[in-house]
Design a protein around this ligand. Structure first.
Ligand code: ATP
Ligand code: MG
Length: 417
């Protein structure tokens, strides 16, 4: 017996409808915003991620699935979607199209993490990227798109937290102040934070250990270090969200795990999934495209974790039960099966979803099966009916049975729906 690799999951036939429900809402709302899909490869050259996400981040330093291919190239399974989209944008000269360019992706991503509920090694993300300007309206529209999706899914109790990480100039001053503060506390923080102090000081604010959290709560705040332009930009975004009635909270602790962010960062969080409470994270990244060799362009984007959304929907009992097929065609014997298959095919052409007996079960077992798969109607093709050119139609919810000519079945069923 070969088992599934640690940190991965099968989506079984009885739960895939949940994924399809979530994905459909994401695709429909993307379309409503005229955001179009982009598809990129599952693997990229390792350098793309180390350069864009940043060597000092957890994702690049600890979590990547990296290997040498048979040609000796270092390849990495994508740990996220943004870097690949940026690579594709530059490589395909998408900047020559009229901007802004609004794209979404629906992908699996891979991170070597310690698996737990809502934290997998292969997980799935829906993400959006807006390319084209350092305009706060892009930030606003991307956030409202994410908000519409979470609302469209029917989720409750999700909070939007926003922050500004400033531009490279004001962030530099802030990071200096942050390091000065942490220098006094280096003896108290956890080992990971000691490492962060050198490699990625902003991440000190994001530590989940209680002692580090306490130290972070008294750290200098980025708000006090923003330059005038960054401050105005952030205030404008807050104003837009307020006037659109999108509730939010300013949270200086939102720093995000990846290096490429500038100014706006945000997360949608829930208190219902423990340490895996972030269902969506994103922000502005004005330097990413130029960092990987393209012409500088203002961008903003976000990614949602689909597993976490599905867990939350389950927790909140927000999924309706899966619908069964409209009809199950019950066949008394083999000759009836041959006719039943034709009946099923005609009903499918008329737009019904139809399942038909295929395995030689008894009539009783077939009725049981029709109930089990939650068919609305059982269409019965028996020897007697076949001789008359008719079929019986039984609605399984009330047991009422009617009979009609085989050629009239589609119409007959539509009247009884
Ligand atoms: P976390 O702080 O929970 O590790 P992150 O900051 O690493 O999240 P991002 O890189 O921003 O996550 O990815 C966007 C979203 O993808 C997250 O908000 C989360 O919903 C989801 N996600 C990230 N890593 C995983 C994972 N290992 N398993 C399941 N979902 C994940
Ligand atoms: Mg992470």
């Amino acid at each position: 017996m070969i088992n599934i690799p640690k940190g991965t999951k099968d989506v079984l036939p009885n739960e895939s409808y949940k994924w399809q429900y979530v994905e459909k809402i994401m695709r429909d709302i993307s379309k409503a915003y005229n955001v179009r899909e982009i598809r990129t490869p599952v693997f990229e050259h390792t350098e793309l991620f180390s350069r864009s996400i940043g060597d000092g981040t957890d994702v690049v330093s600890k979590e990547m699935y990296t290997f040498l291919d048979k040609g000796g190239r270092s390849i990495t399974l994508r740990p996220e979607g943004t870097a690949s989209v940026a690579r594709s944008y530059v490589e395909n000269n998408l900047e020559s199209l009229s901007l802004p360019l609004k794209m979404y992706y629906m992908i699996s991503a891979f991170r070597y993490e310690r698996p737990q509920a809502g934290r997998l090694r292969e997980f799935h993300q829906y993400g959006v990227e807006y390319y084209g300007a350092q305009s706060v309206y892009l930030d606003f529209e991307a956030i409202s798109l994410a908000h519409d999706i979470l609302k469209g899914l029917g989720l409750k109790g999700i909070l939007l937290k926003i922050n500004s990480l400033g531009c490279p100039e004001c962030r530099k001053k802030y990071v200096e102040a942050l390091k000065e503060y942490y220098l006094k506390h280096l003896g108290e923080v956890c080992d990971t934070c000691k490492d962060r102090f050198n490699k990625n000081p902003l991440r000190l604010l994001d530590c989940k250990s209680p002692i580090c959290k306490g130290i972070a709560s008294n750290a200098p705040r980025i708000q006090d270090y923003l330059c005038d332009d960054c401050k105005d930009y952030h205030e404008k975004l807050c104003g837009l969200l307020k006037s659109e009635g999108i509730p939010f909270e300013n949270d200086p602790g939102i720093v995000r795990g990846l290096d490429y962010y500038t100014r706006t960062v945000f997360e949608f969080v829930t208190s219902e999934l423990g340490a895996q409470g972030t269902v969506c994270g994103g922000g502005r990244y004005d330097n990413l495209v130029s960092d990987i060799g393209g012409k500088s362009v203002g961008c903003v984007g976000f990614a949602m974790g689909i597993e976490r959304l599905i867990m939350l929907l389950e927790e909140q009992n927000a999924f309706s039960a899966e619908l069964g097929p409209d009809c199950f065609v019950i066949c008394q014997n083999e000759e009836c099966i041959r006719n039943g298959l034709r009946v099923a095919s005609e009903l499918r052409k008329a737009g019904y979803s139809v399942d038909c007996e295929l395995t030689g079960k008894s009539m009783k077992a077939q009725f049981k099966y029709a109930d089990k798969i939650k068919a609305t109607f059982a269409v019965v093709i028996g020897e007697e009916e076949l001789n008359k050119g008719t079929a019986k139609v039984k609605k399984l919810s009330d047991g009422i049975e009617t009979e009609c000519r085989i050629e009239d079945l589609a119409q007959h069923i539509s009247k009884r729906k």
